[in-house]
Design a protein around this ligand. Structure first.
Ligand SMILES: C[S@@+](CC[C@H](N)C(=O)[O-])C[C@H]1O[C@@H](n2cnc3c(N)ncnc32)[C@H](O)[C@@H]1O
Length: 213
């Protein structure tokens, strides 16, 4: 049975074909009584819409790919991939308090997303080896994360991940990561991008393709 009996309903919005909850939606207000995300995973961030727009304009997602979302938070990009490309998606986050929000939003869109609590620095090559694609939205927000993400990308490619796509509003640690990746990987693009839903939003997309594939 659908999670909501009828739409429209207050404090829900639609972007790129999926339904998402605003912070003052009645389900979110209930969840907040029990779960308190503490590393910025307290809402849907706009960089997720950059990823959705990028995927609509590219072949990346294909059909039924296995995708890991790094720092998934409430999982908007994961939900989009599951819904639009029938992808098998696992959302990874260090903060397991984000998962109840992701699960409610996934149910709202009638998709299933696996979740896994793990830190960027602790995800192993064996864990990466099960995935075709890694995605991340607004996950480069502290200086110390640049090195952590760079090592993660190298580890993931050694494990056989084919492509990594990271969206960002344009924070300094993201540009530092992009510079390091552009130096090391031939097949790497830093793209200015904008999303048009739920409203105009500009940012950046970093696409890095595994040189061994
Ligand atoms: C700015 S939020 C973005 C959430 C989501 N991607 C979005 O676009 O709405 C950053 C997310 O990264 C997670 N995070 C922060 N540090 C992390 C780490 N070291 N390992 C894994 N996840 C982390 C946070 O818990 C949070 O959910």
């Amino acid at each position: 049975m659908p999670l909501l009996q009828e739409l429209p309903e207050n404090n829900i919005f639609q972007a790129y074909g999926i339904l998402l909850l605003k912070n003052n939606h009645r389900f979110v207000r209930k969840l907040k009584k029990y779960y308190t995300p503490s590393i910025h995973g307290h809402k849907t961030w706009n960089s997720s819409f950059l990823l959705m727009d990028y995927f609509l304009h590219n072949e990346t997602l294909g059909h039924r790919k296995t995708i890991m979302e790094l720092g998934c938070g409430w999982g908007p990009a994961s939900i989009f991939c599951a819904q639009h490309a029938d992808a098998k998606v696992t959302g990874v986050d260090r903060d397991d308090e984000v998962f109840p929000y992701l699960e409610v939003q996934a149910a709202l869109n009638e998709v299933e997303i696996k979740t896994k609590q793990a830190s960027f620095e602790k995800i192993t090559k064996k864990q990466f080896s099960e995935f075709d694609i890694l995605i991340g939205a607004d996950i480069c927000f502290w200086d110390k994360l640049t090195k952590i993400h760079y090592n993660l990308i190298n580890r993931a490619f050694k494990a056989g991940v084919k492509e990594i796509i990271i969206a960002d509003p344009g924070r300094e640690p993201f540009y530092e990561l992009a510079e390091k990746c552009l130096d090391k990987y031939k097949d790497c693009d830093l793209l200015d991008w904008y999303a048009t839903e739920p409203e105009h939003f500009e940012g950046e997309i970093l696409v890095i393709r595994n040189p061994d594939y």
